[in-house]
Design a binder for this molecule. Structure first.
Ligand SMILES: [Zn+2]
Length: 82
């Protein structure tokens, strides 16, 4: 009897919510490892992990960035780029 090896690839499914241009860029991803939906803001790095897709979408729709955190992250990333 020969053993068969099946390679499984972990994937992350990402979709970016269609929102007004001025809204924060929030992604909703499915994390196969943690078995959770993860909503993450690209501007302030705030995030939410939940098993509920609707909760992740609702968070993405209502998220507002913390202005102080956003300014701090912008300053750090500009310093790294220079
Ligand atoms: Zn944000």
């Amino acid at each position: 009897m020969t053993a068969r090896i099946v390679l499984l690839r972990l994937r992350t499914v990402t979709h970016v919510r269609s929102r007004p241009f001025s809204s924060p860029p929030v992604r909703v991803e499915w994390d196969f490892v943690r078995v959770l939906y993860v909503a993450r803001c690209d501007r302030c790095a705030d995030s939410l992990a939940t098993p509920n897709a609707t909760a992740a979408d609702d968070w993405a729709d209502t998220h507002r960035c913390d202005p102080e955190l956003t300014a701090l992250l912008t300053r750090i990333t500009k310093r790294r780029a220079a």
